[in-house]
Design a protein around this ligand. Structure first.
Ligand code: FBP
Ligand code: MG
Ligand code: MG
Length: 342
């Protein structure tokens, strides 16, 4: 018998035990973060169940409202937002919430306030709901300076100041990927137990990958560095093989694949939308945080993504993230273009 493999099989680590273990490394910790996380996990389980039942329960369809970005909201977007707001407020550990679906930040009433601010996209990839393709939830967590006087500036901070970030993907399995600032770990929901089990310990992204992921339908409006980069992916001049193209159109799913298999995910700015599409606080920052923690890089076309200082809660930014060497290549192309115009 292979005892090592057997030991691995029997060492079931739930996400709760994992976070408690992490907490015990910080004796000063009061357990607030563990409680907050357990409420996020509860929200993810709830949304996972709703996503799985969506077709049956006739939840699919437009809710007839538009969100702050002027996009049509699906019923599941509305539901997921309500679930997460309730779960976070009832944790008693949050003071400010920023959701993609709410125009303004939510300031939690004084009696329920806690030490954290949570920024989140309750349902990412909503255009994929109707055809059953993977969608997800993305979140990032900041620690407040002063619970008595929470200010919006607390969430308008560079992503490098986040305490933790993660996402939950509702796909062929329900997978939660988390970083508390010391590596990245992935947990898969066992539906019969209702528990997330550690299945992807210490995720490291390959240094270089064979896949590029971008909405190529926007190519006519791209700037020169992005166009050159994608051209290089398809027609490499150094004798290497062309990269494969994979694009799902749900950031969670495209980033999850990039994290596990390597390569690059791009949502660049273009002539029509100079800041791209993806939102800084609850899409770009959490995913960039995870990428760096897994050994990759995240770049905006101008700077390290996690250095960006947002001035608005729903601000957008171009993003290039993934394997270290692949992002290095696009950085070099943007640096060369900047030198030419200087
Ligand atoms: O359809 P496009 O322009 O390629 O955009 C795809 C991107 O839009 C998003 O769906 C936006 O997220 P939401 O669904 O949360 O609005 C990302 O998940 C995805 O990466
Ligand atoms: Mg999104
Ligand atoms: Mg969304």
């Amino acid at each position: 018998m292979d005892h090592a493999a057997d030991a691995h099989r029997t060492d079931l680590m739930t996400i709760t035990r994992f976070v408690l273990n992490e907490q015990s490394k910080h004796p000063e910790s009061r357990g607030d973060f563990t409680i907050l996380l357990s409420h996020i996990v509860l929200g993810c389980k709830f949304v996972c169940t709703a996503v799985n039942k969506a077709g049956l329960a006739k939840l699919i369809g437009l809710a007839g409202e538009t969100n702050v970005q002027g996009e049509e909201q699906k019923k599941l977007d509305v539901l997921s937002n309500e679930v997460f707001v309730k779960a976070l407020v009832s944790s008693g550990r949050t003071s400010i919430l920023v959701s993609e679906e709410d125009e303004e930040a939510t300031f939690v009433e004084a009696s329920k306030r806690g030490r954290y601010c949570v920024v989140f996209d309750p349902l990412d990839g909503s255009s994929n709901i109707d055809c059953g393709v993977s969608i997800g939830t993305i979140f990032g967590i900041y620690m407040l300076k002063d619970t008595n006087d929470p200010k919006l500036e607390e969430v308008l901070q560079p992503g490098k100041n986040m305490l933790a970030a993660g996402y939950c993907m509702y796909g062929s399995s329900c997978t939660l990927v988390l970083s508390t600032g010391s590596g990245v770990n992935g947990f898969t929901l066992d539906p019969s137990l209702g528990e997330f089990i550690l299945t992807h310990p210490d995720i490291k992204i390959p240094k270089k990958g064979k896949i590029y992921s971008v909405n190529e339908g926007n190519a006519k409006n791209w700037d020169e560095p992005t166009s050159k980069y994608v051209e290089k992916c398809k027609f490499p001049k150094d004798g290497s093989s062309p990269k494969s193209l994979r694009y799902i159109g749900s950031m969670v799913a495209d980033v999850h694949r990039t994290l596990l298999y390597g390569g690059i995910f791009l949502y660049p700015g273009d002539k029509k939308s100079p800041n791209g599409k993806l939102r800084v606080l609850y899409e770009v920052f959490p995913m960039s945080f995870l990428m760096e923690q897994a050994g990759g890089q995240a770049f905006t076309g101008k700077e390290r993504a996690l250095d960006l200082i947002p001035t608005k809660i729903h601000q957008r930014s171009p993003i290039f993230l993934g394997s270290y060497d692949d992002v290095e290549e696009i950085k070099a192309l943007y640096a060369a273009a900047a030198e030419k115009t200087a």
